[in-house]
Design a protein around this ligand. Structure first.
Ligand code: ZN
Length: 308
């Protein structure tokens, strides 16, 4: 292995980020939103194929002794507890070949630099805290609504971990069977929040991909209703100062005003805070980093791992 500069000087330090999604890996090198030097993306196939592609990409920079650390925002479930023997593993995923994969160990062994690791949503939350829509907050939630539905974030200034990590997408919301006979697509629960509201559920319910449904299609009012139920629960459960909603489904910008209004209706004046009653446009927001939240979040995890 190359000898590594462990001074961790922040001067000219570069960081690597891996947005490790279930369908694709995005790898980047840089130091923040205004400074991405290089980027590569490739499909997530099997660990023996996908991880070496990432390692080869970063090895060029590690060889220059300028790469201070890398961070991985990873699809899951994962083990994000540094004290656990399986820290840095993808654990029980149904994705073929990836169950019980030591992602951090393989990267650290190959690159010999610190590796930060967390869930995809906690990574994105950290990026939003550093550069995006959660700057200055200490308690907030980042949700992604896309191929799946997941949530992470920060409570009192610490990324949310605990027993494992939050699995907000698998919480339960009331299922409107009368207007929505679709049973949901979660292999574990059927009509949990993810099972009713993720992108593939929209496609299965309406027999049309979401991006092909007109902005005034009834699909979006139902989607906003389901999203608002979960968002209201999170508001009451964690008392976040802001809720950031990203992911491919939220590219449907018409959802934001529908969700905000429905959250106000559901809370029904109970949370007497101007953030809910008067400024909900600033309470439920898209990511400040847009569709870069994932990969920049991974770089934020790297910066954190380097102690910078
Ligand atoms: Zn579920």
């Amino acid at each position: 292995a190359a000898s590594i500069n462990r001074s961790r000087s922040t001067t000219n330090a570069l960081y690597g980020g891996i947005e490790a999604g279930g369908t694709k890996f995005v790898c980047a090198v840089g130091s923040g939103p205004e400074d991405i030097r290089d980027e590569i993306r490739f499909p997530t196939t099997a660990p023996d194929e996908t991880l070496p592609l990432a390692i080869n990409f970063f090895r060029r920079y590690a060889g220059q002794e300028t790469l201070a650390a890398i961070g991985v925002s990873c699809f899951g479930p994962v083990d994000p507890n540094p004290a656990s023997p399986t820290f840095g593993y993808v654990t029980t995923t149904p994705k073929p070949h990836w169950a019980h994969t030591d992602v951090v160990g393989r990267l650290r062994h190959a690159l010999n630099i610190p590796v930060g690791f967390d869930t995809d949503v906690n990574g994105a939350a950290l990026g939003e805290h550093r550069w995006g829509a959660a700057q200055g907050l200490d308690t907030f939630v980042y949700l992604t609504i896309g191929t799946g539905l997941g949530g992470g974030g920060m409570v009192n200034g610490q990324l949310l971990h605990g027993l494992m990590h939050a699995e907000m997408g698998h919480t339960r919301i009331p299922h409107d069977w009368e207007h929505d006979p679709y049973g949901g697509n979660c292999p574990y629960h059927g009509d949990c929040w993810e099972g009713l509201a993720c992108g593939p559920a929209i496609e299965a319910r309406w027999q049309t991909p979401g991006q092909d449904l007109a902005p005034n299609h009834p699909a979006w009012a139902l989607e906003a209703h389901y999203l608002a139920l979960g968002v209201a629960n999170i508001t009451l459960m964690l008392s976040p100062q802001r809720i950031i909603m990203g992911g491919g489904v939220m590219d449907q910008q018409q959802l934001f005003p529908l969700v905000r209004k429905e959250v106000q209706t559901l809370l029904n004046g109970y949370v007497q805070k101007p953030e809910i009653l008067e400024r909900i446009d600033d309470y439920i927001v898209p990511p400040g980093l847009g569709n870069r939240a994932g990969v920049l979040g991974a770089i934020a995890l790297a910066i954190h791992a380097a102690g910078a």
